[in-house]
Design a protein around this ligand. Structure first.
Ligand SMILES: [Fe+2]
Length: 316
């Protein structure tokens, strides 16, 4: 980046690439002692605890997470984006550990997060204050803005827009919703950023494109698609499916890539996509952007991560 003078004004020109990591669905370990208070467990958490202790704790492994994060930190990316499901049951000690884990990635200057359905299992004072533990990482450049979401962070000429699709749902459901207020503010942010010719990256937990099942999809995906069709965006990122995936939504200037990343913590021997992190490199080309993706997949504790796919999502 360099600064050049023109008359009385100074312009900051993005001359180098911006690289960031996308990780999601960490599902940090939950322990029996976290569930010791029956008053917190006699609800949907009880069924989710059965799932965690009966099955999911054997699939998600903190050692896989640590290995991938170590690999990511070797790459010295400019920013890390975490798209939700840091915890499993939305319990107080889980939130505390998740906030500490975020702090090990870096400061909010270089790390951004949004919540997933597991970060807000119930709509209660406990989950609202619990999510406050992540607040520093879920705030934009204007932390005093009255609504937490969408938040906006500008780094170089890249604008990261964090949405919350996490809502409380019945047992067996894990669907999400943005709601009208977030959608309308998103429309304004995208329109304004387009005028400023910024690279607009939208992050949400639930996938806004691809197959949508009522009990696990994004309820207002069509309304979001209508906004993207009107305003466009350069890239939309999500988690939730535990699959690295590629879809698109129509935009005014062409398809907008919608990219999902697999869970960060899945062991390779369980029949699911092993843990992954995605590396994005964004480079300005006059009025447009090159957006390149590298998929880094866990390949064993004694091996470096494997680059299993590379793609140029947009080319100026
Ligand atoms: Fe999820």
């Amino acid at each position: 980046m360099f600064v050049t003078s023109h008359q009385d004004y100074y312009f900051i020109v993005m001359t180098q690439s911006f690289r960031f990591a996308h990780v999601s669905d960490i599902h940090l370990p939950t322990f029996a002692k976290d569930c010791a208070n029956p008053a917190l467990m006699l609800n949907k958490r009880f069924f989710s605890a059965l799932s965690w202790f009966g099955k999911r704790r054997f699939i998600h492994d903190k050692a896989v997470t640590d290995h991938l994060i170590s690999d990511m930190q070797t790459s010295q990316v400019d920013h890390v984006l975490v798209t939700g499901d840091l915890v499993n049951l939305s319990l107080p000690d889980e939130y505390t550990r998740a906030a500490h884990w975020l702090s090990t990635l870096g400061t909010p200057e270089s790390v951004s997060a949004i919540p997933g359905n597991h970060d807000r299992m119930r709509d209660s004072a406990l989950t609202r204050t619990g999510l406050d533990a992540y607040a520093a990482y879920m705030s934009g450049d204007d932390p005093d803005h009255e609504a937490r979401f969408p938040y906006v962070k500008r780094r170089q000429d890249v604008l990261m827009i964090g949405l919350s699709s996490s809502i409380a749902t019945p047992v067996g459901w894990c669907s999400g919703r943005l709601g009208e207020a977030q959608r309308e503010r998103l429309r304004d942010i995208l329109s304004q950023a387009q005028k400023e010719n910024l690279c607009r990256i939208v992050a949400l937990h639930h996938p806004p494109a691809g197959p949508q099942k009522p009990h696990k999809g994004l309820e207002d995906h069509q309304q979001l698609a209508d906004i993207i069709a009107q305003t466009g965006a350069e890239l939309i990122l999500h988690g939730h499916t535990h699959q690295s995936s590629m879809h698109a939504l129509p935009g005014p200037q062409g398809p907008v890539p919608v990219m999902g990343v697999a869970s960060l913590s899945v062991r390779p021997d369980k029949g699911y996509q092993p843990g992954c992190w995605h590396e994005y490199t964004i480079t300005r080309r006059d009025q447009t952007w090159d957006i390149a993706l590298d998929v880094h997949r866990f390949a064993g504790f004694n091996a470096p991560t494997k680059r299993v796919a590379q793609a140029l999502l947009s080319h100026g």
